[in-house]
Design a protein around this ligand. Structure first.
Ligand SMILES: [Zn+2]
Length: 611
């Protein structure tokens, strides 16, 4: 007997242990099934796999050079790599393609959407097979059905999904986080989800309305601590919170986590010291990001100490601005030297805002725009063809006084020299100012004209801040950063989430800033290591068979498309991609050439081990 192998010849059949001899094999039902031993001869050649991906270049996620090989999968796991002669139930010819691990996204907000969208769109179209959810303090649990409105108040604005849509789309049958995980477990899922518990929900659960008003008292804090421990024991992979001034309720109040004292945060994060591989995800405050240098350093010291004392991995989004990276990248380096776990989340394009007449424009709040914008699109177009109406819209926009920015979605005066006319997924695209100069028009007029010329289908893309490409590349290359700041599922009409395919199409193919091997590593094994997914992220025997088959010559994001498919028919943007031949989740072909195959083999990834 040289080795033992567990295969499942067909999904419906029992699992078999095969003790392999030189010419034949002794087969008995898997001991886990408790069946009695039986013997029979089985020739090795007859072993069938569930899936074999043939003739591809395997870029295995480790960063090592790719190699030609077939990949065989059975029972949801990769079991062999090399020249595979055995037959499989399903074969994919990957000639001319690259076989990579499924992409792992550590920063998504698919918490609400997963209840009505079993595919996990748009992440599923981007090759993402595992999504960490519950970021920035936002989760749907804990909270009883009576507390539902309070829990949802925290996240409806950040996710840009109305409370009404969530009401229609989510059957709320949990109170505790553990009960919620059981519900999520039972939902049909195309991709895998790893749950974090959100601080805002936790506060709302323990404090009710007061969560939005004040700091917690001792009894409330203990209640939060108990529920957090229960959640961690039930499999939550970590705790998330937000101090960001960008995170508000629909009535412009801070979300609950922003009312917490640092002592409260510390108490909660310290609960994770007894658990292995737990995450502390945070959206830093504006002071911690943009404030006085001393304030920022004070916050960094507190965060460092907390990560060190708790053993949890502190992680947050890296903004590619020199003033920020100059402080935060050295912080990550000091942490790494001291064995303290801190991970920066990098982005391949920089968080951005999208505008269009299909979704939002910066001027929708103006009286001259509001009534027109409330009309169906064809009627808006017809109204804007009226000279007087168009003139009134242009003049009011020119003279608009923008209020204080209270959230990432607050109207703000667009800088037309930066506002990109988004006609091609990759640069170069023209900016509105450039087109306006050419036409000898005011940029606001050009903004309206470009929209009208496309039957109001034109999208405009505004970098969230004054991103520097140098800093963007610095964060992408930094060994303590992982490319994962997609925010998929949040701001659903305001941004696109094609971070992974943008990396592979633009930075690898067009700009050659990264080798394909290095880029694949950044969105697979690097993310798996940082988030503690030890059974995925590389193409190796024994690993979970989450796999992408991609065409490096064509992979890239498609321009977003408007969908009105949220419950109640509300809008969202869908980002598809080109150049992905197939996405496999848990050994089943899930997406093939941009279409869902019907497979829904995604799982809830609980983390239960304790130290
Ligand atoms: Zn977030």
């Amino acid at each position: 007997m040289s080795f033992e192998l567990c295969i499942r010849r067909k999904r419906q059949e029992p699992c078999w242990w095969v003790a392999v001899g030189p010419a034949d094999a002794t087969v008995r039902p898997c001991p886990a099934m408790g069946a009695r031993l039986v013997s029979e001869k089985l020739r090795l050649e007859t072993i069938m796999y569930d899936l074999v991906i043939r003739n591809g270049l395997v870029v295995d996620g480790s960063g090592e050079p790719g190699y030609a090989g077939d990949v065989a999968v059975s029972d949801g796991r990769i079991i062999e790599i090399g020249r595979i002669s055995g037959r499989a139930q399903r074969e994919i010819d990957a000639e001319g393609h690259v076989v990579t691990p499924g992409f792992i996204d550590g920063h998504t907000h698919l918490d609400a959407q997963m209840f009505w969208d079993s595919l996990g769109s748009s992440s599923c179209w981007q090759g993402v097979t595992t999504a960490v959810m519950g970021n920035c303090g936002f989760t749907l649990a804990p909270g009883s059905e009576e507390q539902r409105a309070l829990v949802v108040r925290n996240l409806e604005r950040a996710e840009d999904i109305s409370g009404a849509a969530m009401e229609a789309g989510i059957k709320w049958n949990w109170t505790t986080f553990a009960e919620y995980l059981d519900v999520v477990d039972g939902l049909p899922k195309g991709i895998n989800y790893a749950p974090q518990i959100g601080h805002s929900a936790l506060r709302t659960f323990a404090m009710g309305e007061a969560a939005f008003e004040r700091e917690s008292n001792e009894a409330e804090l203990e209640a939060m601590g108990r529920e957090l421990n229960d959640a961690l024991q039930a499999g939550a992979i970590g705790l998330s919170t937000s101090f960001s001034q960008g995170h508000n309720t629909s009535d412009d109040r801070p979300v609950a986590s922003r009312l917490a004292s640092w002592d409260e945060v510390k108490y909660l994060v310290m609960q994770m010291r007894n658990y292995r591989d737990r995450m502390f995800e945070l959206a830093p405050s504006d002071v911690a990001r943009f404030g006085e240098i001393e304030d920022r350093r004070r916050f960094h010291r507190k965060l460092f100490d907390l990560a060190q004392a708790s053993g949890a991995t502190a992680t947050w989004g890296m903004l590619p601005l020199a003033a920020i990276t100059a402080e935060e990248l050295p912080l990550l380096e000091r942490a790494a030297e001291a064995g303290v776990k801190m991970i920066g989340q990098s982005h391949s394009r920089g968080i951005s805002l999208l505008y269009s007449f299909q979704t939002n424009t910066p001027y929708d709040w103006l009286p001259e725009w509001r009534d027109i914008r409330a009309l169906p699109i064809p009627d808006q177009l017809a109204a804007m063809r009226n000279r007087e109406i168009r003139h009134a819209m242009i003049e009011s926009a020119k003279n608009a006084t923008f209020g204080k920015i209270v959230g990432s979605d607050s109207p703000r005066a667009p800088d037309f020299s930066k506002l990109i006319v988004w006609n091609s997924p990759f640069p170069p695209n023209r900016v509105v100012q450039e087109v306006a100069d050419e036409r000898n028009c005011h940029p606001i007029e050009t903004f309206i004209d470009l929209a009208m010329e496309s039957n109001l289908n034109q999208y405009f893309y505004l970098p969230g801040m004054d991103w520097s490409t140098t800093e963007l590349l610095r964060t992408m290359r930094h060994p303590q950063c992982v490319m994962t700041f997609s925010d998929a599922g949040a701001h659903v009409t305001q941004q696109d989430c094609s971070l992974q395919t943008h990396l592979l199409g633009y930075w690898v193919r067009e700009q050659q800033e990264f080798t394909l091997e290095e880029a694949v590593r950044m969105i697979t094994s690097a993310a798996a290591a940082a988030w503690g997914f030890h059974d995925r992220g590389v193409i190796r025997p024994g690993m979970v068979a989450d796999i992408n088959v991609i065409d490096p010559a064509t992979i890239g994001p498609s321009l977003p498309v408007l969908r009105e498919d949220l419950p109640t028919g509300a809008k969202r943007l869908e980002s598809k991609a080109t150049g992905i031949l197939a996405t496999v989740v848990s050994g089943q072909v899930f997406i093939e050439r941009g279409a869902h195959t019907g497979a829904l083999a995604g799982q809830l990834l609980r983390r239960r081990e304790m130290n």
